[in-house]
Design a protein around this ligand. Structure first.
Ligand SMILES: Cc1cc2nc3c(=O)[nH]c(=O)nc-3n(C[C@H](O)[C@H](O)[C@H](O)COP(=O)(O)OP(=O)(O)OC[C@H]3O[C@@H](n4cnc5c(N)ncnc54)[C@H](O)[C@@H]3O)c2cc1C
Length: 490
């Protein structure tokens, strides 16, 4: 039986473990932390529960696919579709509730922003077609294996090239398409789903809007953490072994082949290693920099975040599950993030309140607020000062928008910021999604899902192809499985 060591138990690592165990391999997962799930974990503050990382969940079918692969009952993971995709608060005081679903979005953008329904509908349909053309060949397959390029799907996807918006930025495409700058701002927001700037990333990334507006976001029953709990359970059912609080320190190899790993506790022999840790650190720390693909590793990093977790008295204004309070100068905000500057007033604020639908997440008459602001990566800024300044500006802005004294509502509090993201999840400089997608060719500057120099070494997770976010990390595991099948004739 072929032995596999998976480094890291993020969703990309867990999904790889499931897939390779199903191929008949003996799989062991080594996790530096004492908990499973990487960024998809939870924390209790008094009587309040918080999902610590992701809050927006799209493509639940990818979890269903893994459950089905294991022959389990789909009911082991359930989720609700949110009727309201997001509430938007603009700096001039306008508030817009965007419902989920193509037709509902069309009507909403007409009423709220005066957009021509025909134009909005045509655009959303185009994004749906783009997504379905690209997904099977570029998101669920390797960009770095000729074999995976040679099929009809690739030609179908290439035939749509003029519709992707490759040569203009996301913002330019959206500003050209819509007459109201606010509509463009709402579409532009999707660039942040993989830590990029809409003013630099190509229009192609508008396909994320298909998932947000046409499909609408979902919420797992029990919170986002149910994603990692479900994948963990599937692993256990397949006999995957877990070694928690056991950091991998070296990938052992000889004659260009993987031989095993050395952990903080022992040496383990194996033919296959799947690294779910940040690809940067895999090279820097586990391979001592050897075979380093410099061009890929030196790309600009995606953004990071400052998050405040507030357990608080319920706010009398009726907020939704997802709420965005836009900055007035959105473009300047992104520029400062990617110039790694720490000073900017009036940030765009993302407020997620799961206790709106998960009643157990907060006591009666209270709410659990996850308040996130996009932030630069850690290059040694004064984070203590920056975090406290951001907290002050967030409270001031939210208090003004909601006409309350927000500070007096807060009962429990925790914080997260780039230094912690780097030290807890080992993301290079606290970047959440590895390389940014801030250029038209960034997809080609993501690390492949396999090593070109070491047979048996594979990569899954947000820092490699196809990119950031839970769905893409799950797809990276699918590609790893395909590569292992090809390489080991399984
Ligand atoms: C604040 C925040 C908000 C986010 N919002 C969203 C969102 O709304 N929607 C969305 O889809 N995504 C979101 N994301 C991103 C999402 O969390 C990730 O895309 C997803 O969890 C996939 O992670 P991964 O598989 O790359 O592994 P990770 O979660 O990065 O886990 C990697 C694991 O490897 C372990 N590890 C590292 N080095 C070693 C070593 N040497 N030995 C052993 N173990 C090691 C780490 O401890 C960690 O557990 C957000 C992330 C953050 C931080």
């Amino acid at each position: 039986m072929m032995k596999v060591a998976v480094i890291g138990s993020g969703v990309g690592g867990l999904a790889s473990a499931i897939r390779l165990a199903k191929l008949g391999c003996k799989v062991s997962v080594f996790e530096a932390n004492e908990f499973v799930g990487g960024k998809v974990n939870e924390q209790w503050l008094g009587k309040y529960r918080f999902d610590m990382g992701p809050s927006v969940f799209t493509e639940p079918a990818l979890i269903d696919e893994l459950i089905e692969l294991c022959g389990k009952d789909l009911r082991m993971f359930s989720y609700r579709r949110l009727e309201e995709s997001c509430r938007y608060f603009f700096d001039d005081g306008q508030q817009v509730i965007v419902p989920a679903g193509l037709e509902q979005t069309v009507v909403c953008f007409d009423k709220a922003f005066g957009e021509d329904p025909k134009r909005t509908r045509r655009f959303l349909k185009r994004l749906s077609k783009n997504y379905h053309a690209l997904s099977p060949v570029f998101i669920q397959a390797s960009l770095h294996r000729l074999k995976q390029w040679l099929n009809k799907g690739v030609f179908r996807a290439l035939a749509r090239l003029p519709y992707y918006g490759m040569i203009r930025t996301m913002s330019a495409v959206n500003q050209g398409r819509f007459k109201n700058p606010k509509t463009a701002q709402v579409f532009n927001r999707m660039a942040t789903y993989n830590g990029s700037s809409p003013y630099r990333t190509p229009g192609l990334l508008n396909i994320i809007s298909h998932l947000e507006f046409n499909d609408g976001p979902a919420m797992p029953i029990g919170g986002m953490v149910q994603i990692s709990k479900t994948l963990h359970q599937l692993c256990l059912d397949l006999g995957v072994e877990f070694h928690l609080s056991e950091r991998v320190e070296e990938i052992l190899h000889a004659n260009n082949k993987v031989q095993g790993i050395r952990t903080s506790q022992k040496v383990v022999d194996c033919e296959i290693v799947v690294s779910n840790m940040d690809v940067h650190f895999t090279y820097e720390r586990l391979l001592n920099g050897m075979h380093e693909p410099k061009k890929i590793l030196e790309q600009e990093k995606s953004s990071s975040a400052i998050v405040f977790y507030w357990g608080m008295k319920a706010v009398f204004t009726e907020l939704g599950v997802h709420n965005i309070f836009f900055a007035k100068d959105y473009e300047a905000e992104f520029e400062s993030i990617f110039q790694t500057k720490t000073r900017y007033e009036d940030p765009t604020i993302y407020v997620h309140i799961t206790s709106k639908v998960e009643k157990g997440d907060a006591p009666d008459g209270s709410e659990n607020w996850f308040v996130m602001v996009n932030a630069p990566i850690n290059v040694g800024q004064d984070w203590d000062e920056f975090v406290s300044e951001t907290r002050r500006t967030c409270i001031a802005k939210l208090s003004k928008s909601l006409q309350i004294d927000l500070e007096s509502y807060i009962e429990e509090e925790a914080q997260n910021e780039p230094r912690k993201i780097e030290s807890v999840y080992f993301g290079k400089q606290g970047s959440i999604y590895g390389n940014s997608s801030n250029s038209a060719f960034s997809a080609f500057y993501r690390h492949p899902n396999f090593s070109k120099s070491l047979k048996g070494l594979y990569f899954a997770g947000v820092t490699v192809h196809p990119g950031g976010g839970i769905p893409l990390a799950l797809n990276s595991a699918k590609i790893v499985e395909r590569c292992v099948r090809e390489d080991f004739k399984r």
